[in-house]
Design a protein around this ligand. Structure first.
Ligand code: DGL
Length: 258
C-alpha cells in the first residue's frame, strides 16, 4: 500500500499524477488538515507531525510513503529517512526544468515560506542562479483557497494575481509550482500568466520517480482486486473538503480496466 500525506488537500494533485502511472495500487491518503497550513509552522513542528502521520500510515500497512508536500519535504524528510526503515518519496520544486528552458532568463517560483527557506531549495537555487534570475513569491492565501474548495472565480483570481503578477512583472516566462496545493489553481494561474508563460508542476516527475522506486523495491502490485482506483482518505480534521477535491480528481481519471 502507498501512503501519501500533506497538510490538507494539496497532495491530491500528486496522487492524481501517481494514479495515472500506477492505477492498480492501494492508496491511503492522509490530509493533516487539523494542522494546515504547514507553510508558516516551524520545522520542528512539521517534523513532529511527519512522525505522527508516518506512524499512522505504517500502522495501516503502508509499504512506501509519499511526502506530497514541499514544505514537509523541506522540513522533515531527511529526519524521517533517518528514523524509519520505510522509503520516503518527497517533492522538489522544478527549478531545473524551468531554468533550462527559460527564454527570458527569468523564472518565477511560487511556494510556501517554509519551502523557500529550506536548505534543499536554497541548494537547488544556488545551482542555477548564475544562469537565470530566480524570482520568488509565497502564494499568499492559495492554500486557504484550495482548502475551501475555491479553485476558480473572482476571489481566486484576485488572490492569485496578487502573488503572481510581481513575478510576471519581473519578466518570468516559467512559473514553478512549489507547493502541492497550487496545481489546483492552475487554470487561474495560466489565465493570468497568458500563453507565453509555461507553468511547471513537479508532480509528474515525482510520480515517475515513485514508479521507478516501486519497481526496484519489488512493490508493484501484481494481483490487485478491482474496482480501481482503490483510494482511502483519512483526515486529522474535517474530511469533507479533501473528499470533494478527491472526487474531482477521480472524476477526471481515464477509466481503468476493472
Ligand atoms: N501543500 C503543501 C506544500 O506543498 C503545504 C501547504 C501548507 O500547508 O502551507 O508545501
Amino acid at each position: 500500500m502507498i501512503g501519501i500525506f500533506d497538510s490538507g488537500s494539496g497532495g491530491l494533485s500528486v496522487l492524481r499524477e501517481i494514479l495515472r502511472l500506477l492505477p492498480k495500487e492501494r492508496y491511503l491518503y492522509f490530509a493533516d488538515n487539523a494542522f494546515c497550513p504547514y507553510g508558516e509552522k516551524t520545522p520542528g513542528f512539521i517534523r513532529k507531525r511527519g512522525r505522527a502521520v508516518t506512524d499512522y500510515l505504517l500502522s495501516q500497512g503502508a509499504d512506501i510513503i509519499v511526502v506530497a508536500c514541499n514544505t514537509a519535504t523541506a522540513a522533515a524528510i531527511s529526519t524521517l529517512r533517518e528514523e524509519y526503515q520505510v522509503k520516503f518519496i518527497g517533492m522538489e520544486p522544478a527549478v531545473k526544468p524551468a531554468a533550462l528552458s527559460s527564454e527570458t532568463g527569468v523564472i518565477g517560483v511560487l511556494a510556501t515560506a517554509g519551502t523557500l527557506k529550506g536548505s534543499k531549495y536554497l541548494t537547488t537555487k544556488g545551482l542555477y542562479e548564475d544562469d537565470v534570475r530566480i524570482a520568488e513569491r509565497v502564494g499568499k492565501g492559495f492554500v486557504e483557497l484550495v482548502e475551501r474548495g475555491v479553485l476558480d472565480g473572482p476571489e481566486a483570481e484576485e488572490t492569485v494575481r496578487e502573488s503572481l503578477q510581481p513575478l510576471l512583472d519581473e519578466g518570468a516566462d516559467r512559473i514553478v509550482l512549489g507547493c502541492t496545493h497550487y496545481p489546483f489553481l492552475r487554470t487561474v494561474i495560466e489565465r493570468i500568466a497568458g500563453p507565453s508563460v509555461q507553468v511547471i508542476d513537479p508532480a509528474p516527475a515525482v510520480a515517475r520517480h515513485l514508479e521507478d522506486v516501486m519497481k526496484s523495491e519489488g512493490l508493484v502490485r501484481e494481483d490487485g482486486t478491482p474496482p480501481y482506483p482503490d483510494v482511502t482518505l483519512v483526515a486529522s480534521g474535517d474530511e469533507s473538503p479533501a473528499r470533494k477535491i478527491l472526487e474531482i480528481v477521480l472524476s477526471e481519471m481515464e477509466p481503468t480496466d476493472n
